[in-house]
Design a protein around this ligand. Structure first.
Ligand code: ATP
Ligand code: MG
Length: 267
């Protein structure tokens, strides 16, 4: 069973794209077959993998709105063994164009259906809004991963996101749930980072990942070189944190997938 995760938070700049790209790179490093889907018109996930967004001729836009089979949009990064359905500039109009379409919330789910079994993980990068592109991602996903920036008290924004997830679960996708919260841009030198971490831990004790992503210059630089942190600075703290996150995701999912094969301690 492939795991389809929407990486969502309507707040901008919290680390959604950074998480999609680098979590994807480290899941691929663990021999997982990974597909990234760039649902953001900003196309930052696409360009983070070194793909020129202005040269993309078939993108997720065409799969959502022009019935292009999703498989025909997918580009493969051979070095990382990482596949991506890229975004393109056309996607900026998609929110509006989707409105009048029949089954407008399910376009991504339908586009993904024929290929999802080819992957162990599908990670969907959402734009910073709760519009139809994000709703399509939530309707297609098994779970939501929520990056939370350690620099702002996030609970109000999170309650808006959880309300949207509740609505999607009630109307569109009964099995949807928050699969995990990921603290990003953690700065050990500030009280605020610690405060935000404790606040989120108190409200979401189960969902919060142990792996905390530090604020890191290397993580910020890597996308401008079209590289993941695994390529750009593989022994930096940010790289190690995303590697730890990937391993934690795998542990959680393996636990979910094969409960019967968990080692039973002997007396
Ligand atoms: P948007 O809502 O615009 O799509 P986003 O939630 O996808 O934003 P990112 O693009 O991943 O957020 O990150 C926002 C900016 O912060 C980028 O310049 C990115 O390189 C930088 N950044 C992300 N994570 C970190 C980090 N842990 N340390 C330092 N900089 C980071
Ligand atoms: Mg982004």
């Amino acid at each position: 069973m492939p795991r389809v995760y929407a990486i969502a938070n309507q707040k901008g700049g919290v680390g959604k794209t950074t998480t999609v790209v680098n979590l994807g790179a480290y899941l691929a490093a663990r021999n997982q077959r990974v597909l990234l889907i760039d649902m953001d018109p900003q196309a930052n996930a696409t360009s983070s993998l070194g793909i020129d967004r202005y040269n993309v001729t078939r993108s997720i836009y065409h799969a959502l709105l022009q019935d292009t089979p999703l498989v025909q949009t997918i580009l493969l990064n051979n070095h990382l063994n990482l596949a991506i359905a890229p975004s393109s500039l056309d996607l900026a109009g998609a929110e509006v164009e989707l409105v009048t379409l029949l089954g407008r919330e399910f376009r991504l789910r339908e586009a993904l259906a024929p290929v999802r079994d080819r992957y162990d993980y599908v990670l969907i990068d959402c734009p910073p809004s709760l519009g139809l592109l994000t709703i399509n991602a939530l309707a297609a996903a098994d779970g939501v991963l929520v990056p939370v920036q350690c620099e702002y008290l996030p609970l109000e924004g999170l309650s808006m996101l959880t309300r949207t997830i509740d609505l999607v679960r009630a109307r569109l996708n009964p099995s949807l749930a928050i699969a995990g919260l990921i603290m990003t841009m953690f700065d050990a030198r500030t009280n605020l980072s610690q405060e935000v971490l404790e606040d989120v831990r108190a409200h979401f004790p189960e969902a919060l990942f142990d792996a905390v992503i530090p604020r890191s210059v290397r993580l910020r630089e890597a996308p401008s070189h079209g590289l993941t942190i695994r390529q750009y600075a593989p022994v930096s703290p940010g790289a190690l944190a995303y590697q730890a996150l990937a391993d934690e995701v795998l542990r959680r999912d393996t636990g979910l997938r094969h409960p019967a094969t968990e080692a039973v301690p002997h007396e």
